[in-house]
Design a protein around this ligand. Sequence first.
Ligand code: AMP
Ligand code: MG
Length: 486
Amino acid sequence: MLIPFDNSYARLPDAFFTLIEPIPVSAPVMIRLNHDLVTELGIDVARLDSPEGLGILSGNQRADGSEPLAMAYSGHQFGGFSPQLGDGRAILLGEVVRHDGVRHDVQLKGSGRTPFSRDGDGRSALGPVLREYVVSEAMAALGVPTTRALAAVASGDNVVREGLMPGGVFTRVAQSHIRIGTFQWFASRRDHDNLKVLADYVIQRHYPDAQHDENPYLALLDGVIQRQAKLIAHWMQLGFIHGVMNTDNMTVSGETIDYGPCAFMDIYDPAKTFSSIDHQGRYAFANQAPIGHWNLTRFAETLLPLLDDDPKRSVAEAEVALGMFAEIHQTELQERFTAKIGIEGGDTGDWSMVESLLAAMADGEADFTLVFHHLSDALESGNDDDITPLFNRPAAIVAWLTVWRARLQDCDRSQAVALMRRTNPVFIPRNHRIEEAIRAGNGGDFAPFHRLNDVLQHPFTAQAEFTEYEAAPLPDEVVHATFCGT
Ligand code: AMP
Ligand code: MG
């Protein structure tokens, strides 16, 4: 087998999915194949980087061992419940078990209509394919749990969006594509038998230790809460705004999924949103933890029938578990942000210092990534000349720098600098660079896309040949809105 498929989801009851073949595209061309990830999955690069491989990764050819299917799921979108979502433009080809024993889904996105497509065409424009490739691989290199990009293919067909756009097919790899919305699919149908099948499957696949717990379903809930609370803190460390935290876009594995309208902030603004449809700021930067908690509450609700035979006790157990979210998240956030200013295991006083820095950045309209990156240089050199120009109103930062230097006076400076350098990236996938890569790609030039991917493979390392990718956008380069791929 070219891809060593070993499928388990296809063994679950029929209610979990619909078997469906990808619909071929006209003239597929490989744009980028992720050789490292191919190898990690135990696939031979030379064999996949071939006409046969292109056939598989465009949906034109059935791979041996593949059992293509569209997964069923529901979801709360912007707070409103949609009972019938599911893979409308994605098809799970099958699963591969990596050398370390971790099972991974291999999924095509943009591979044609399925029974879940509703009014959609089942396709993807090339732009969102390139965006997801760049951002998900950047997140992986930044150390954030995430779905991965295996391949980007140009389809040779046009799709109708804002006018005609070139189309693409994306191959996504994930520890699984099971979402909170997958649980909601069965819970909203009161199908408790299949809900239990799903929970047992998820425990076995993602939380094997929970099997030995006194109450495995409660341990599952605790596990998902823990991973998501930490994941959101990790996003915030990097200035990442997911943009569409619907319950169908939140995995139970704890991986970031769905890079539609996501963006990394340039100027720090806790109320920042990019998504063109997020009018209320529901998924704003600083609202991500409260929304994560809201989504996990929906998850807990689906598990109530499994937690205890006594409904009152189920609710009480779920409430205790959900009550842990804020503390887990805050502890993680504090550790990550105090590391950003060179302090390991910071206390609440150090957290206040972080908060006043963030307030100064918001007030001074300073670039989130540049400030933290240059702080490590400033600590090393003792010179603040690169910091203050990043702020429109520098008074607050000048005062803050004095307090910060005093705090670090007795610390090992080289250790603090090293901590900052592995916490504060030099390179993030800036919106204007992504847009530049997409514009060129839509015109058939993938050089900027490749260059952007290359630099982002080592986000914490200064790379002299790529310095232009460090810079914040010029005023006329600033991207104000992002769009879902739909
Ligand atoms: P998303 O915005 O990617 O989270 O998608 C939300 C839902 O809309 C999912 O059920 C998708 O499968 C479906 N969807 C999004 N775009 C399309 C499309 N072009 N064709 C069919 N279904 C789509
Ligand atoms: Mg989605």
